[in-house]
Design a protein around this ligand. Structure first.
Ligand code: C2E
Ligand code: CA
Ligand code: CA
Ligand code: CA
Length: 284
């Protein structure tokens, strides 16, 4: 149902506006919902790309696609300002499909110019509960003549917690298609280890909260090293996210971490800048 229309009707009827699932029902918020819906339709979403670097070779190890909303008045909005609203209103579904299509197109475009750049896309819990997701993706990949291995899906433990069985089924079908699966913000959810045992995972991303002060906090360092070893013992790639300084990147390399991502390399960039960055990093 259309959330904004529903709320307006209730307001006219003199009822207290309460939209199930919407944590904040102020008129501003409801206006934002309507604007966001229109924004998706009118092509106001953008992807910015943040590169990862392979610590063994120093070369680019793909990029993560991070969504932004080019709001007509407010300018470029970071996901922190609309993801929760999108999740609560169901708009996360069309947004997720848009993101997947845009990311696959971009990866195709990079491969066309000789840049071997894989793209990782973040999906929310509702995207995983779309039973048609795998089939939609299969068609998208076919249309763009893109290989499934160019795409990584990043999911958080929290997202999988909600309906673990369903999440497992979808991830298995995506994995069967050849798409890579990455566990995002690893270590911050519940029962992280259970996921590694149960799910078809290719990669773990050590959460920034552990990486942030690993040089000054022995316990943080211990957790990072343990996750790296655990990942490797399970045959997974380990990525450290949110790396802000060179000393941390060097330490992570010494610990055998596969790749790093963070402001030390680059902030997320629009497509043209990301292309330039990737071209400069291309290992000969
Ligand atoms: P995330 O997936 O953990 O993404 C990493 C966030 O950390 C990004 O923020 C990125 O800009 C930021 N970051 C990267 N390197 C550093 C660093 O060195 N230091 C610090 N302090 N921050 C760093 P962003 O782009 O604002 O995204 C925030 C979150 O929004 C993401 O966290 C992800 O959970 C969500 N998100 C982004 N794009 C999408 C999307 O397309 N779909 C869904 N469902 N969620 C998305
Ligand atoms: Ca992510
Ligand atoms: Ca993350
Ligand atoms: Ca994080």
């Amino acid at each position: 149902a259309d959330v904004a229309m529903y709320a307006a009707k209730r307001r006219r009827a003199g009822k207290v506006v309460y939209t199930p699932g919407l944590s904040d029902c102020t008129p501003q918020r409801l206006g934002l919902v309507a604007e966001f819906r229109r924004g998706i339709e009118e092509g106001q979403l953008r992807l910015h790309y943040q590169p990862k670097v392979d610590l063994a070779t120093g070369g680019a190890a793909g990029v993560e696609a991070l969504v932004r909303w080019q709001h007509p008045r407010e300018g470029l909005m970071p996901p922190g300002r609309f993801i929760t609203m999108a999740e609560e209103t169901g708009l996360i579904r069309p947004m997720g499909l848009w993101t997947l299509e845009a990311a696959i197109r971009q990866s195709r475009a990079w491969h066309d110019v000789g840049l071997d750049a894989d793209v990782a896309v973040n999906l929310s819990v509702d995207n995983l509960h779309d039973e048609g997701l795998t089939e939609t993706l299969r068609k998208l990949l076919e249309t763009e003549q893109a290989q499934p291995g160019w795409l990584t899906i990043e999911v958080t433990e929290t997202a999988m917690m909600k309906h673990p069985k369903q999440a497992k089924r979808i991830l298995e079908s995506l994995h069967e298609l050849g798409v890579r699966i990455s566990i995002d913000d690893f270590g911050t959810g519940y029962s992280s280890l259970a996921y590694l045992k149960e799910l078809p995972v290719d990669e773990v991303k050590v959460d920034r909260s552990f990486v942030k002060d690993m040089l000054v906090d022995d316990r943080g360092a211990c957790i990072v090293r343990t996750v790296i070893d655990l990942g490797h013992n399970l045959g997974l790639k380990v990525v450290a996210e949110g790396v802000e300084d060179l000393a941390s990147a060097e330490r992570l390399a010494a610990w055998g971490c596969d790749s790093v991502q963070g402001f030390v390399l680059s902030r997320p960039m629009p497509s043209p800048e990301a292309t330039t960055w990737l071209a400069a990093r291309e290992t000969p």
